[in-house]
Design a protein around this ligand. Structure first.
Ligand SMILES: Nc1ncnc2c1ncn2[C@@H]1O[C@H](COP(=O)(O)OP(=O)(O)OP(=O)(O)O)[C@@H](O)[C@H]1O
Length: 923
């Protein structure tokens, strides 16, 4: 950056002034380019002097001071900012324009120095200003009014030092200008014949700049730079004789010239090299400026000249001085100050700064603010990314929800849901599985998605409530789902909304007997496996069965069964049976569709199950979503089935029986048997209302049974054993109380009592066998104590008793229990969904209070749905039935028909179509 370099030497010609012009003194000099000065004068001794002079830069009279500064001084002057000492000299005879040039250069240098400092806030600068005058070899402080001569001292580190020289630390640029003005006023001025304002002294203005980094960056990077720049305006170099001075002025001239002569000697000597003696100490000027003359400094000398012919000698002297100066080499160095003292000072300043930051965090440095901003930007970026992820998840869920709604509205809900379920089921085989009525439905949480605000009270849906809550289901004290254990159910929607698993996984349900749940889980897994292996076969068989209606011997795996096929076809089948215009169903809402399915399933208690699955044919699925009921294989009225393939036989036999009864005069049909009566009630095509009166005739049912046996013996399929066995079971039932004939015929007066008793028992059995809520409601509302209802009650009682005994004996696979519980739960879910629409807020709140649901609790509607038909006392039963009636629109009293419960023994398809049409019922 620095090193040996020559003094920068420039020559500036001033214009011919007025006085010179007046004398007719023309210019002998002209600039022949930027570096060459040519003598154009005409003198006799011309041949003795060179006519061409070359310097670093020559400035003609037209050049302004700015140009002189820019090209002849700036680079040297500003090196002080880099820690390099520098000096700018103005050398020339009096009135040549030294002061004129130096004032301009000084001001511009100062201005540029301050500009540089302003652009480098990372460093701290300390500027000090001092000014001195050497007049008659006396050094005087120009910043002090005291004219006392100052001594020069030699400092081993700093070199020659002016003792007690005022050094003002500059506050700002304005302060500097003030001080410059003071110097101007203090400088000795004496008029000479050549220059009215001739400077009789050498003036040295010194600006010292100390700079250091504002933050401590380590010892190596925390250097402090210290340098000074001298602006030297020398006194006129002319000989004393030329000034025509005398006396005082003569004395001044000799002293001035002493310094100037010494300066010349030094320059000349330096131009030859530094080997010889350099007479720095011969004058105050050369002592003070020693470092700037061939030492550690950069130096620029601007030699000013008058172009007038009369000053030819002084001009040549000046040019000779310039020639010597341009050969002087200086060795400028960067003055790095890193003494221990400076380092300690630096560290103390750093400690003070840090302490200040600790005391006043708000006043932290800019870099700390920048750091804080960076951290906050980073945080904002992270939050934006999280927000983006959440939005994507929301879109995904929304998309799934839309798909689900679209599929549901298209009537293909179950198809889609089944596919989803199958997919999910395959991917979740390894999951542990527990089951209960609660567990078998994930719709608690699923429904929460649809939960409406009024049911949440003033609180929004609280997931944690569901996650961590313990939903007590009084109907199912058997099982408990362990905390955080994934709940696996066969609800097809589960895969549509994965988040529900997370929620429902955490549901805990009170369960005193954990082992039961484990057992159930095992069976459930077996059943699922069975479903998967038989899926293809089943679909093929279903197709066949649908066409033939003879699929009662087809495996009817229920879990994982194609729900679309079953449920939709169930509807189609019913509507086909009842009304060919089944397409009109598609105009219904999905809830209505589901409710239809529920009711269909409730009338359609399929009692057959896959042998391979060891599922019970006695299960009562009765769920909207239950895939276990292949209605195609269980035509309306075939609910009176107790065994595999048996219902078809029974149906046929009874149909024949009925026909026979009607046509056979040997049968005492006027004295109508119970069975015949039943048929007549159900088959309104063939029977009159009066026929119902004969329902209690035990002899008739006996005959029917006997006839049935006869008919069955003639069946080619050879399954008559089943029918015989069944009817024999009925005949030989040990429980006399349940015997139709005894109850209804022998003690008609006891019927109301017996009805209540049987009704009570059936209610208990419903509860124990997890019978469909809709089925219970239908049954309960339909059979209110009419004598003619006895046969229905008896059949229901026997059916339930059989199921219960199978349950108790452990004959039924756990999957059956699972299935029934699951179906029951699904049914509750559908009721829950209907609740908002069909039961107003007041009614709901009344029910909440009545059924002990805290009005301030969450998920009240869900709680309510979980309590329906969970008690066996008549008040609860009645209230449950009333509520379910409201929720299921087709259950209004009188609309349900008795053959829904499988006692339409005549089973005339045409009659069926008339007696039960969901389409017509709905529309
Ligand atoms: N380049 C220039 N252009 C115009 N005027 C100039 C120029 N140089 C000097 N002058 C004028 O010449 C006069 C003398 O200039 P100045 O006082 O600067 O000379 P000097 O060398 O300092 O003399 P001294 O040694 O006696 O102080 C001043 O009036 C100044 O305005």
């Amino acid at each position: 950056m620095a090193g040996e370099e020559r003094i920068l030497v420039s020559v500036r010609l001033r214009p011919v002034n007025a006085r010179e012009a007046e004398r007719g003194d023309g210019s002998d000099w002209e600039c022949a380019g930027p570096t060459t000065l040519m003598f154009r004068g005409n003198i006799p001794e011309r041949a003795m002097f060179p006519t061409s002079y070359t310097y670093d830069r020559v400035f003609n009279p037209e050049c302004n001071t700015r140009q002189v500064y820019e090209e002849g001084a700036k680079q040297v002057a500003l090196s002080v900012l880099s820690g390099i000492n520098s000096s700018i000299f103005a050398y020339g005879q009096t009135s040549s324009g030294k002061t004129y040039t130096m004032v301009g250069i000084t001001e511009r240098s100062m201005s540029d120095i301050y500009d540089y400092i302003d652009k480098h806030p990372e460093r701290e600068y300390v500027l000090k200003f001092s000014a001195m005058e050497i007049y008659n070899e006396a050094v005087r402080d120009l910043l002090s009014p005291d004219a006392t001569q100052l001594r020069l001292l030699d400092d081993p580190e700093k070199g020659t030092v002016v003792e007690k020289l005022t050094e003002e630390t500059l506050r700002d640029k304005g302060h500097l200008l003030e001080l410059l003005a003071v110097c101007e006023a203090q400088r000795q001025i004496g008029e000479t014949s050549m220059n009215e304002t001739s400077s009789r002294s050498h003036q040295i203005l010194r600006l010292t700049i100390e700079s250091s980094a504002k933050q401590f960056m380590g010892r190596d990077n925390s250097s402090t730079l210290l340098a000074c720049v001298n602006f030297v305006d020398l006194a006129g170099s002319e000989r004393a004789s030329q000034t025509q001075s005398a006396g005082m002025r003569l004395k001044e001239g000799s002293h001035i010239n002493r310094s100037l002569l010494t300066l010349g000697k030094v320059i000349r000597q330096l131009s030859k090299g530094r080997n010889g003696h350099i007479p720095y100490r011969d004058s105050k000027l050369t002592r003070i400026l020693q470092s700037s003359l061939g030492g550690n400094a950069k130096t620029a000398i601007i030699c000013t000249m008058s172009p007038a012919h009369c000053h030819i000698e002084q001009s040549r002297n000046t040019l000779l001085f310039a020639n010597c100066a341009k050969n002087v080499v200086t060795d400028a160095k960067v003055n790095v100050v890193m003494s221990d003292k400076v380092l300690v000072k630096h560290l103390q300043r750093e400690i003070a700064r840090l302490e200040n930051e600790l005391k006043f965090p708000g006043s932290a440095s800019c870099s700390n603010h920048a750091e804080a901003l960076r951290e906050k930007d980073e945080l904002i970026k992270q939050l934006e990314e999280q927000l983006k992820e959440l939005m994507e998840q929301k879109d995904t869920v929304q998309s799934q929800l839309d798909n689900f709604r679209r599929v549901a509205s298209d009537g293909n809900f179950n198809d889609h849901a089944t596919r989803q379920w199958d997919q999910w089921n395959r991917s979740s085989e390894s999951l542990p599985r527990n089951v209960s009525e609660d567990a078998l439905s994930s719709s608690d949480t699923y429904d929460a998605l649809y939960e409406e605000q009024d049911d949440l009270g003033s609180n929004a849906f609280d997931v944690s409530h569901v996650c961590n809550g313990h939903l007590y289901d009084p109907e199912l004290p058997k099982t408990r789902i362990e905390p955080y254990q994934p709940i696996v159910d066969e609800q097809p929607m589960s895969s549509l909304h994965q988040p529900r698993h997370h929620i429902s996984d955490s549901i805990q349900i009170y369960q005193p007997n954990r082992e039961a749940s484990l057992e159930v889980s095992k069976e459930h897994c077996k059943e699922v496996q069975c479903i998967q292996t038989n899926e293809l076969r089943r679909s093929q068989l279903f197709f066949h069965a649908d066409r033939s209606h003879a699929g009662t011997n087809i495996d009817e795996e229920k879990h994982g069964e194609n729900i679309t096929d079953t449920s939709d076809c169930a509807i189609k089948l019913y509507t086909c049976d009842s009304d060919p215009s089944s397409d009109s169903e598609k105009t219904n809402t999905d809830e209505s569709l589901a409710l239809k399915r529920c009711v269909i399933s409730s009338r359609d208690n399929v009692l057959t199950r896959s042998k391979s699955c060891r599922a019970s044919f006695m299960v009562i699925p009765n769920s909207w979503f239950d895939g276990s009921m292949d209605v195609r294989m269980t035509p309306p009225g075939d609910i009176f089935k107790y065994a595999h393939r048996r219902p078809e036989k029974v149906r046929r036999s009874l149909y024949h029986e009925n026909s026979h009864c009607q046509n056979d005069p040997t049968l005492d049909c006027p004295v109508v048997s119970g069975t015949v009566a039943s048929n007549t009630v159900i088959d309104k095509n063939t029977c009159n209302e009066e026929d119902e009166d004969a329902i209690n005739n035990v002899s008739c049912i006996t005959k029917v049974k006997e006839k049935s046996e006869e008919c069955c013996t003639s069946q080619p399929e050879g399954n008559e054993d089943d029918v015989t066995e069944e009817i024999s079971n009925m005949k030989n039932a040990k429980d006399v109380d349940r015997d139709i004939s005894v109850t209804t015929v022998e003690s008609p007066s006891r019927w109301p009592i017996d009805f209540e008793k049987k009704q009570k028992e059936i209610i208990e059995l419903w509860h124990e066998c997890n019978v469909s809520i809709v089925h219970r409601t239908y049954f309960f509302l339909l059979f209110k104590g009419d004598k003619a209802d006895n046969i229905y009650l008896e059949v229901e009682h026997r059916r339930l008793s059989f199921i219960r005994s199978s349950f108790n004996a452990g004959c039924e696979p756990s999957g059956t229990v699972i299935s029934s519980l699951r179906n029951l739960r699904h049914e509750r879910d559908m009721l829950y969904k209907q609740m908002l629409r069909r039961v107003n807020l007041l009614e709901r709140e009344s029910l909440y209070s009545k059924w002990g649901i805290d009005l301030n609790s969450k998920q009240r509607r869900l709680q309510l749905s979980r309590r329906i038909w969970t008690q066996t006392d008549m008040e609860h039963v009645r209230e449950s039935a009333t509520l379910v009636t409201k929720l299921v629109e087709h259950l209004e009293k009188g609309q349900a028909i008795k053959e829904m419960f499988g006692l339409s023994f005549t089973l005339n398809p045409g009659a069926d179509r008339r007696t039960f049409s969901w389409v017509s019922a709905h529309s």
